[in-house]
Design a protein around this ligand. Structure first.
Ligand SMILES: [Fe+2]
Length: 157
């Protein structure tokens, strides 16, 4: 599995969680739970992607802007998730913010797949593309486990 397949797998996972989040709209309890799940997946994906995909792209003039843009969007989405955590999951504001987050995330994933991936395929050698898949998956798995643990600890307090 090369880096693009590995990233696409994470993207699909995020899309599936977003779908569940939107369909849990009637149940505030469940909404909070699915948001926690999305938060774990997004956090693990963003950091693993930055470390294993964006960092090598910073080395090339052709992809430095794309990498910078991607990281800026990760940061924007993190702030949206933080705001959501402060809001009441039963409130209309919460629903509005969820809608915005899902929209932003879908835009981000689509932009990566349609714009950044083709650019990255041009600058990363085939060997590099293959070699980066496993480190991404390992890093993603490690970070997701860590994030889940942190969430559990926070819920116990
Ligand atoms: Fe991303």
């Amino acid at each position: 599995m090369d880096i693009f397949d590995a990233l696409l797998q994470s993207h699909e996972q995020q899309r599936a969680i977003c779908k569940r989040l939107l369909s849990a709209i009637g149940e505030p309890e469940q909404r909070r739970q699915v948001l926690d799940e999305l938060k774990v997946e997004m956090a693990a994906h963003e950091t693993a992607e930055e470390r294993t995909f964006y960092v090598p792209l910073f080395a090339h003039d052709e992809t430095v802007d794309a990498a910078r843009h991607g990281i800026a969007e990760h940061h924007e989405m993190d702030e949206m998730v933080e705001d959501l955590e402060q809001a009441d999951p039963g409130s209309p504001e919460w629903l509005e913010s969820i809608g915005k987050l899902v929209q932003k995330l879908e835009h981000h994933l689509q932009e990566e797949e349609e714009k950044f991936f083709p650019q990255a395929r041009e600058v990363l050698s085939r060997g590099q593309q293959k070699a980066l898949g496993e480190p991404y998956r390992e890093e993603h798995e490690r970070l997701a486990a860590k994030e889940e643990e942190e969430q559990e600890r926070a819920q116990q307090h």
